[in-house]
Design a protein around this ligand. Structure first.
Ligand SMILES: [Zn+2]
Length: 254
């Protein structure tokens, strides 16, 4: 994979933002494959603002968000209201995230499958001040800390390329989440995946997951049976091959 943007392709543009759009999109078309099937991605023409790219075979859409510098903990995502509407619509795209360096090379690139997108990962920014040109406008950020690690599938991590087989395998591993359409059920599973990530180890006990009981109660105040709910999610994740139940209250990530 060539990590450098093709600088000459953007010479005809004078605005910096337009140049970066052309360079980053050109790079994706040249280097990035569909994480579901491995085929090339295609771009939509600019008059059809559905998404930026699509895979002909899988009918998957992809939208690109890029930023200069390290990708960090969040990326800005445009108007808050529009973003929420977008991720709750049946046509929501998968998202590509790119961090590029000063020398116009890609440092980080990953895809977040659309089934990981729920409202709670979108942060609402403060409305712009009265003195601003777009006074009152409310922007948004996408918070990577709220997306389980399994939902951040890297092609390039800190300048290092990840093998294609790893990318395709990681995509398939959580494809089961697509079938969960109710937002409350989806929220619970993603919360438990995040709790497991927070433990930061491959093998863990039920007691360790129970230590998140209070934190989960804050997020789900209507639920009076947090522990059974936790067990239900663990069972579900085991049935889907995400976890393995070793016995004696011990679980292992697959
Ligand atoms: Zn595909």
């Amino acid at each position: 994979m060539n990590l450098l943007f093709d600088v000459k392709s953007a010479k005809i543009y004078t605005s910096a933002s337009q140049q970066i759009r052309v360079l980053s999109e050109g790079w994706v078309l040249r280097e990035i494959y569909c994480p579901s099937c491995g085929d090339a991605v295609n771009n939509y023409d600019n008059n059809r603002p559905v998404a930026d790219f699509y895979c002909k075979k899988c009918i998957e859409d992809f939208e690109l968000k890029s930023k200069k510098g390290k990708i960090g903990k969040k990326v800005s995502a445009g108007a808050y209201g529009q973003m929420i509407k977008r991720i709750n619509s049946p046509q929501k795209p998968n998202f590509f995230f790119m961090g590029y360096l000063e020398n116009l090379s890609v440092n980080d690139f990953f895809v977040v499958p659309k089934h990981f997108f729920i409202s709670s990962i979108i942060e609402q920014r403060k409305p712009l001040a009265k003195t601003a040109r777009r006074a009152g406008w409310i922007g948004s950020n996408i918070l990577f800390s709220k997306i389980p690690k399994a939902g951040q599938i890297f092609y390039i991590e800190n300048g290092k390329e990840i093998s294609k087989s790893d990318v395709l395998e990681k995509w398939q591993k959580t494809a089961f989440l697509k079938q969960i359409t109710k937002s409350n059920a989806k929220g619970w599973i993603l919360d438990i995946m995040n709790c497991i990530d927070n433990l930061n180890k491959r093998e863990f006990t039920l007691t360790e997951i129970y230590s998140f009981e209070n934190a989960l109660r804050v997020v789900h105040p209507d639920n009076k049976n947090i522990k059974p709910k936790i067990r239900q999610q663990l069972q579900f994740l085991r049935d889907k091959g995400y976890l393995e139940f070793v016995g004696d209250g011990i679980y292992k990530l697959k």
